[in-house]
Design a protein around this ligand. Sequence first.
Ligand code: AMP
Length: 306
Amino acid sequence: MKLLAVGTVAFDAIETPFGKTDKILGGAATYIGLAASALEAEVGLVSVIGGDFPQGYLDMLTSKNINIDGVEIIKEGKTFFWSGKYHNDLNSRDTLVTELNVLENFNPKIPASFADADVLMLGNLHPAVQLAVLERMSQRPKMVILDTMNFWMDLTWDLLMEVIAKTDVITINDEEARQLSGEYSLVKAAQKIHTLGPKFVIIKKGEHGALLFHEGKIFAIPALPLEEVFDPTGAGDTFAGGLAAYITKTGDFSFDNLKNALIVGSAMASFTVEKFGTVRLEDVTKEELKGRINQFRELTTFELTM
Ligand code: AMP
């Protein structure tokens, strides 16, 4: 089973109550690829970068068996740049800068070896690009997962509706689910979003976990209560990448398996937030991941009989 992910490979500059970074490696596709690599899933990325992107970052991705044949380099262009500042509670942030740069005219190319990927992760990106990738696959993937954000709801509503109609799973945060549906209750929001297309609706609630909705059923998980959250950037993408990679590895597209995928995605995201950027995710071991999944089990199992 193969996973293809499209998204940004970016420079990020981040400010949290604990510190500030210059331009560091970021981007939705980067986090998705690293999460998939930690699960040893066969993963390829589709993205675009400028001539200013360090070869060292590309080498790091390749060394983790992430296929970057679909990452185009525009030598005379500049890489996508995003800058954000977190509030004291780390649950909300302000975007300070979004420079699309080479993304502005991005024409995604699918590497031949991934055109028949079983799972397609449409990472947070312009919905026209997400649509183009879906249309350029040699066959419809068994599962299409979409991540998006308020930025695209504000700017490209109609195109976003078009791509949402073609996806099986959507992952968005609670605020975005409310914006997308016009409903305050997340249960009602999920019901509305189902009518737009996706059979599975996943609503991320930051440090409060995530909800999975499917055919009238709901599954809820907490986020691991962590002693230290340093930088939440990329947590959503890591969650989506871990989830997509787990589905790819198991080849099981059922509701029950998506529950497991939610746990894996969440466990993976718990590493990302421990350090700035991708640093922590880059060296997650299988044993560490197993440990976090066990912590989840302990956190949520009880033996009450009434
Ligand atoms: P997350 O914290 O999971 O929501 O994602 C953070 C990542 O999203 C950062 O590494 C950014 O480079 C990337 N990002 C921020 N804004 C956008 C955007 N408008 N489109 C695509 N990617 C973005």
